[in-house]
Design a protein around this ligand. Structure first.
Ligand code: AMP
Length: 219
């Protein structure tokens, strides 16, 4: 399927989980700046280390850096559609994405999915989130099966807590989200691309709504 989709929502709203389900079910390429930056951090590149300092404090990485990552990825993998998990996060990034799509054949975004969650859901999920250090698979302390150590069911990598999933950092992340990301709702509303989905529910229920939306748009 050739859909062009962005997933938006607060930290812990389920963007990564839903992106993974969309890519498996619909075979649409997915990327996430957060995942790329964590990989860069693990490789100890200057970009990775700089981004890690910002993320640890709950801030957003400068727009120019993020847009360059996305543009490079699109040139390599985005010809047949895409799902972005955690991009755009600012109006500037959304405007730059439009320019890039214009330059590359003029196709516009198909769907901007906003996963709406309560602050209580965010706090609960962030407090119990575990992520595979190797492949990025995300699960929770309550649903992970442990033998002696928490390991990823897909690649056997170690499941760890993210260093920005800290209660004090979460306050800053939520403040950044409110001031910089929430204005994107009206940006995509004006373009008739915005779809709000209740993200407080189980992942399968949320995914059923998202699937119906993607299928309807593809008709
Ligand atoms: P995520 O994995 O999407 O929660 O992203 C982890 C961190 O990477 C964020 O808290 C930011 O510091 C950075 N990051 C990810 N995506 C973006 C973006 N679109 N704009 C700016 N910073 C980002």
């Amino acid at each position: 399927m050739k859909s062009r989709i962005v997933l938006l929502g607060a930290p812990g709203s389920g963007k990564g989980t839903q992106a993974e389900m969309i890519t498996r079910h619909f075979a649409i390429s997915v990327t996430s700046p957060g995942t790329i930056l964590r990989r860069e951090r693990d490789l100890e590149t200057p970009l990775g280390l700089q981004a890690d300092e910002i993320a640890k404090q709950g801030g957003l990485v400068p727009d120019d850096i993020i847009v360059k990552l996305i543009e490079d990825w699109l040139n390599l993998h985005g010809k047949e559609g895409f799902v972005f998990d955690g991009f755009p996060r600012t109006v500037t990034q959304a405007e730059r994405l439009e320019e890039i799509l214009q330059r590359n054949g003029g196709a516009s975004l198909d769907i901007a999915i906003w996963l709406e969650v309560s602050e209580e859901t965010v706090r609960d999920r962030i407090a119990s989130r575990l992520q595979c250090r190797r492949c990025g698979f995300t699960t929770s302390l309550t649903s992970a099966c442990f033998s002696e150590r928490p390991v990823c069911p897909y690649c056997d990598g170690p499941l760890i807590r993210r260093n920005d999933d800290d209660v004090s950092v979460l306050q800053t992340r939520l403040a950044e989200y409110k001031s910089k990301t929430e204005p994107l709702a009206s940006f995509y509303e004006e373009r008739h691309a915005l779809h709000r989905i209740d993200g407080n529910r189980d992942r399968e229920v949320v995914f059923a709504d998202i699937s119906a939306l993607i299928e309807e748009r593809a008709r």
